[in-house]
Design a protein around this ligand. Structure first.
Ligand code: ATP
Ligand code: MG
Length: 663
């Protein structure tokens, strides 16, 4: 590192607040700080601002109907169609502009570019095909597909004919597919033959068929041919159809978008189930689309001429909201990439950013920590100057990773939006407005305008700034889930019962509880500490695992850390730390004591790790979340639970051995 670079690193390390870069502010979609007061004063009518981003077939009568909390309804009486809003209305002005830029994993394969005109055509043809197969309005169509362009086509085709979709992440097991199809009584499945992963042509259809065996009713299946000659040569059964043939049979078909009620179901999304049995989160038409369009504009700063890239998988809510619906509602170009960031090389993302002149990149902390571990030489090989904004979502980002992203990807010229939200919230909730607010690494920021988020104790009283508490949302918002599919009771129990007076009809008595721990600072900035079960109780002190992890990752040479609580006779719980080191550092005694010191300095001796286990990897779910439950079981030397939803199950035994030998 040159001296100059060293000085820069040192300055960044100290800096706790960052102003939005001027070059960004001068062109941002939202620049008036008055929006916070304005929305508060005009609530809930402020949300006409989101509804105005949509085209309505029939105007709504009421912004919010809160007569039956927590079953809130938004924009009631209004009628619209989501596919019409994402496609048809852009045709006149932007028909020739690119809607989806699809990039396959093999570098020698041609991209598939869909203009709005082309996407519109294929969506119509497939919508006609779905009707031919017997799909009617309100039938749930399941999609079990990787990142192929036919996935957004199928989603939009369903929206066009008023059939809700339920997308099951392709990395999930056959059993997960069956459970979800059974739960939703879904009689239609769209899937594909296979896909590429790090150079291998994976067989997906076999898994889909295995899943279908577990479905307790008949299901009509459509199969996309992704692999062509490299496919695995499966035959189609009688009720299984080839996607391309169906589309060809319906060449030139035009299907009128069905007028949907504002509150009609748009889709179901089963949460990943890392905290229990999967829940069928129900999102509806108007509120969801208004929310994703508004946040895409205000937070991601999307403009129609942008090339915007969210590197999530469409199998997660992030991909639904911020690859498909929000960006397409705004008429922009949305990039979709099939592969992983490290194939064929660790600079693949940067190569794509350079080649397509990407304006905004929205990714996850787990990816950013991997980039950091690999080193800055990979982004440095590429011209990333097209980037204007960076975003992160999925879990807390520690200040060191935030700063690395800001410096080495954004060249200190792009604001970083750290966006807190969940499957259930439909879209972003807590984050800075990038053209307005200062950024504080490690803190997501204030709640978006029009949201009432409070950090409370177990009694529901607001906690002092700096103290850990529970995040709650005290007013409804348009993008919220409406219920859990066919299970209103569980909906109330899971999300409301904790802090609400469940017998009351007064909306003021209802509080939404996302089950995340958080703290707030004097400026109203919220630091999310993780799920409630990620908060440790050490000798009566409540410590967020995130805070301790952040302290550990602040130690030079540490790439990533996970902290869990292990039972401890004296303390109640003790801190167990699992640590991944950067390339070139050793997990020796010196490193161990530097880590312990780092935690003591940052938080205090109370948080001193009882054990530090060095490991090359951490057990992660397929969405990239650390599975702390397993690490906890290892710390307590308990029997390990289910490891089938892990991306890297093999690492578990390895960690277990290391932990035992350290005892
Ligand atoms: P399940 O609910 O089935 O266990 P999940 O919670 O992992 O699955 P998601 O809805 O995708 O499924 O994740 C939302 C959760 O991710 C939030 O509740 C929060 O814990 C975490 N999260 C998301 N974004 C952020 C962020 N910017 N900062 C901190 N935590 C975040
Ligand atoms: Mg969750």
């Amino acid at each position: 590192m040159s001296e100059e670079e060293g000085q820069l690193e040192a300055r960044l390390e100290e800096q706790e607040e960052f102003e939005p870069p001027e070059g960004f502010v001068s062109q941002a979609n939202v620049t008036d700080e008055g929006i916070y007061d304005e929305f508060e004063e005009n609530w809930p009518d402020c949300w006409t601002a989101a509804a105005d981003l949509l085209d309505w077939d029939e105007e709504y009568d009421q912004v919010l109907d809160d007569s039956n909390p927590p079953f809130y309804e938004w924009f009631t009486g209004g009628k619209l169609n989501v596919s019409d809003n994402c496609l048809d209305r852009h045709l006149e002005e932007r028909g020739d502009e690119v809607a989806i830029e699809w990039i396959g994993e093999p570098t020698d394969e041609d991209n598939r570019t869909f203009t709005y005109e082309e996407l519109h055509r294929e969506v119509n043809e497939f919508a006609a095909a779905l009707r031919d197969l017997g799909v009617e309005e309100d039938d749930v169509v399941t999609m079990y597909m990787p990142m192929v362009p036919e996935l957004p086509v199928a989603m939009l085709a369903c929206a066009r004919i008023g059939a809700p979709h339920s997308v099951v992440f392709a990395g999930f097991s056959a059993e997960a597919l069956a459970t979800r199809m059974n739960s939703a009584d879904s009689e239609f499945l769209v899937t594909c033959d296979g896909y590429y992963r790090r150079g291998d042509a994976l067989d997906h259809f076999e898994k889909a068929n295995e899943g279908l065996d577990g479905v307790d009713h008949d299901a009509t299946t459509v199969v996309v041919d992704r692999l062509g000659d490299e496919g695995h040569g499966h035959d189609l059964a009688e009720n299984q159809h080839d996607y391309a043939e169906l589309v060809a049979d319906n060449e030139g078909a035009e299907i009128d978008p069905v007028e949907r009620d504002a509150e009609d179901m748009l889709f179901l999304m089963y949460t990943s189930g890392t905290t229990g049995k999967p829940k069928g989160v129900k999102h509806t038409t108007a509120g969801y689309l208004a929310w994703t369009a508004w946040t895409s504009q205000a937070v991601l700063d999307i403009k129609p001429d942008d090339t915007y890239w969210c590197s999530a998988d469409i199998g997660w809510i992030t991909g639904h909201s911020y690859i498909v619906y929000g960006p397409l509602a705004l008429g922009t170009t949305s990039v979709m990439y099939e592969g992983t960031p490290d194939h064929p090389e660790r600079d693949r993302l940067w190569e794509i950013v350079e080649e397509y002149e990407v304006d905004q990149l929205y990714t996850a902390p787990t990816a950013i920590r991997a980039f950091m571990k690999w080193g800055k030489q990979f982004p440095e090989e590429h011209d990333l100057s097209s980037l204007r904004l960076l975003g992160t979502v999925g879990e807390p980002i520690n200040p060191r990773a935030w700063k690395w992203y800001y410096q080495h990807i954004g060249n200190e010229e792009c604001p970083v939006v750290d966006t807190w939200w969940q499957t259930e919230t439909g879209g972003m909730m807590v984050t800075t407005l990038p053209g307005v607010k200062q950024m504080k690494p490690g803190s997501a920021g204030p709640p978006l305008p029009g949201l009432d988020v409070r950090i409370v104790d177990t009694e529901g009283e607001e906690v002092e700034p700096g103290r850990a508490g529970y995040l709650t949302v005290n007013k409804p918002w348009p993008g919220m889930l409406r219920t859990l599919y066919q299970n209103d009771e569980r909906f109330v129990e899971e999300y409301w019962a904790e802090y609400s007076d469940v017998d009351s009809d007064d909306p003021d008595d209802w509080v939404y509880f996302p089950e995340d721990g958080a703290k707030i600072d004097e400026d109203g900035y919220i630091t999310v500490l993780g799920r409630v079960d990620d908060v440790l109780n050490v000798s009566g002190h409540r410590l967020g695992t995130m805070e301790i992890e952040s302290a550990i990752v602040g130690v030079e040479g540490v790439a990533e850390a996970a902290v869990v609580g292990g039972d401890h006779e004296m303390k109640g719980e003790a801190v167990y730390a699992y640590v991944i080191l950067e390339d070139g550092f050793d997990g020796d005694e010196e490193m161990r004591s530097r880590i312990v010191e780092g935690v003591e300095d940052a938080i205090g001796p109370i948080a001193r790790p009882e054990a530090v286990v060095f490991t090359p990897e951490l057990p992660k779910t397929r969405s990239g979340k650390i599975m702390r439950r397993l690490l906890e079981q290892i710390a307590n030397d308990e029997e390990l639970g289910d490891t089938t939803t892990l991306r890297n199950p093999e690492i578990v035994k390895d960690i277990q051995q290391k932990a035992r030998s350290d005892d």
